[in-house]
Ligand binder design. Sequence first.
Ligand code: GCO
Length: 484
Amino acid sequence: MPVERPSAEFPSGFVWGAATASYQIEGGVAEDGRSPSCWDVFVGQPGTICHGDTGEVACDSYHRLDEDLELVARVGLGSYRFSVSWSRVLPDGVGGLNQKGMDYYRRLVDGLVALGAQPSLTLFHWDLPQVLQERGGWANRDCASWFADYAGALAGELGDRVTRWTTLNEPAVVAERGYRRGDHAPGVQDPEKAVAATHHLLLGHGLAVERLRQVLGTCSVGITLDPPYAVALDPEDEALANKISAALTDLYLLPLIGGAYPELDRPGLVPREPLVHAGDMATIQAPIDFLGVNYYDPVYIRRRREPLSWGEQPVDAFPEAVSAKPGDYPRTALGWVIDPGSFYGLLMTLSRRAPGLPLYVTENGCAFHDYAGPSGDVRDPERIEYLWQHLAAVKRAIDDGADVRGYFVWSLLDNFEWTDGYSQRFGLVYVDYPTQRRTMKASAQFYAEVIAANALPSGAPRRAVRTTTVGAAGPGPPAHSQAQ
Ligand code: GCO
């Protein structure tokens, strides 16, 4: 008798993962020779982080590696995406490796391999060594070569056991929030430094790709972007929304796949000479094996009309537009709109923009106000629904031809959510910060079942009250759908 395949079965070999980042989970900031990163310094300035929280202890993962590996095993992850704290392994930012710091990542990588979980290593998830920040950080062109040297040093130590290397996580956020807006470390507010950071991050990526290939020969290397997906709030603004999506996506994607910056007339946004030297674009265009995609929610766009209505925000570099949150979509605790239709639209757009480049969803997830009940259990039906809807969007994109090879939930653990500190919980696993006790939430169980089946459960999640309608051919205007 032929076995009936559940329709929501994923392709065989699909990689099921979860992600974390060094500064958000490790703690142990002054241990075994680690030097401060720009985030250690930034969080110490008053008024930067909710409740004055810091990453000093975070989830204490530096001391709880075995417990965290056990969680990887209990969820049944096929891969774990983590990042390396540059200042833990190279306290001077450059030069000799700190073997004690390296030991932590050796134990992590060996532990994952022993569990049969692929190590997915991100080299830079925002925590630049402060010693390098003091030399200008990413606004200094030298940072690109410091980064390549760091990549080469790690490749020499861990290369044979790391399945996938990601150079940078969301370089746009580093340039825009770290150097233009200044609400992230290093807290710089300088448009010239922001555009310099954009170029030097991409150059560093290209040099690191070259270096990894030199050291390792064959390896799988990519980069993680957070391409904005803009949706028009009113149908007549669709062209404007598409233009903004394309421009902001192309600022990072086009140099990588096309060896050029987009022809955008936005002073201070697009790197030009003298920042860009001869040969830089060829370096940035070094072939990659995959594109990592982080998606949380879309940007909703409307043409600007004076005076601005309540809740409308200017869109950086696009004075003709405002962004606003639509009132009738469900939201997460951070107020981020839940719109799986846009996730599908983004995956389809990227697979059209970068044909032949496999995609990994390197982050997707949601914050809710989770708490432990009287018996200690943590029920998070909203997260189950969110994951289910977003995984269904991935599946639909695959069915419609997108080459999506894997999906990583953000995050394995509740952790330090940057400016929001510990006020936001994104984990599959609940962390009780005073005791550091870890508890698998109901969503971790749900995800474990999805992984074991390589399929979504039969039935359907409760649908979003509203979701953007996107056909395989491209985005369309938001449409109402019936709540179930
Ligand atoms: C990002 C980062 C993560 C965040 C997550 C939730 O996308 O901002 O990569 O470190 O914690 O995205 O905001």
